[in-house]
Design a protein. Structure first.
Length: 284
């Protein structure tokens, strides 16, 4: 993309993929606006040359203010990288409606609203790129992660529709599908696990999911096929530099392997595969 198309707005930059991507791009000459709910958490990125802003994707005023600040300084947002998100874990029956709403507010509704705010500027200049950070979890589902997977499935559908709708205006929509990324995701997911009383029908299951999540990311066989945030950052940069980016980029061998398995397995075969890795509630 040309020099006039190097203004990048990234959400969720306090750690992990967002932080790595902001650092990677700013070091290569992109004008990067790195954001997080708390701007004070972005000191490392500010020192590296990023512009930093507070941006809460669950707050309309915060989103409007951040986009307006970039437009006032640069004229438009040329690239939006929708990275902010979290994983709500736990058996679906144990989740409250408020927990489900929080999951969708951050991972889906905030993403879509922020996209709506930057698109007018992109259309006006006849170019732009929307990069949505999905997951291999947008194409497959693990037990105990139903809420999170539902948001990533929704992100995939929104991206497919949006890609068709804005391509004629010169805007590309790109989906990034990481596999296992060693970025603190497992620890964060465990912290959102639905509470247990020791007597509930899903207590043993939820505990097993928390344990399995930690082990998969830290020492399970798939951990060797995982990656680091920098691996995702490099793929994003490559997609931004491509004259004709692909609609989807899979990152890490774990994503390639599991997506291949899911594509060719029947639903029952996939369920049987999961039974070998997760205890099934109700089964003694």
């Amino acid at each position: 993309m040309s020099r006039t198309s190097t203004v990048v707005l990234i959400t969720g930059c306090s750690s992990g993929i967002g932080e790595a991507t902001a650092l990677y791009l700013v070091k290569r000459g992109w004008r990067v606006y790195a954001t997080a709910r708390k701007a004070e958490s972005l000191g490392k990125l500010a020192a590296a040359g990023c512009k930093t802003l507070a941006l809460d994707v669950t707050d309309e005023g915060s989103m409007q203010h951040a986009v307006a600040a970039v437009i006032a300084a640069e004229g438009a947002v040329d690239v939006l990288i929708n990275n902010a998100g979290f994983s709500q874990s736990g058996a679906l029956e144990t989740l409250t409606t408020a927990q489900l709403r929080d999951q969708f507010e951050t991972n889906v509704f905030g993403l879509m609203r922020l996209t709506q705010l930057v698109l007018p500027g992109m259309r006006a200049q006849g170019r732009g790129r929307i990069v949505n950070i999905s997951s291999m979890g947008g194409k497959l589902t693990f037990p105990g992660g139903g809420a999170y997977h539902a948001t990533k499935h929704a992100l995939e559908a929104l991206s497919d529709a949006l890609r068709f709708e804005v391509q004629g205006f010169g805007v590309d929509v790109i989906v990034i599908e990481p596999g296992l990324i060693r970025s603190g995701f497992a620890e964060a997911a465990q912290k959102t696990m639905a509470g247990t009383t020791g007597e509930g029908p899903y207590d043993a299951f939820n505990a097993a999911v928390a344990r399995a999540t930690r082990e998969v990311y830290e020492k399970g066989p798939l951990a060797w096929l995982g990656g680091k945030p920098i691996h995702v950052a490099r793929v994003i940069a490559g997609a931004l530099k491509a004259s004709r980016p692909r609609p989807r980029y899979t990152v890490t061998a774990s994503a390639s392997l599991l997506l291949f398995m899911r594509r060719w397995m029947s639903d029952r075969a996939w369920d049987n595969f999961l039974k070998g890795n997760f205890p099934q509630p109700g089964k003694s």
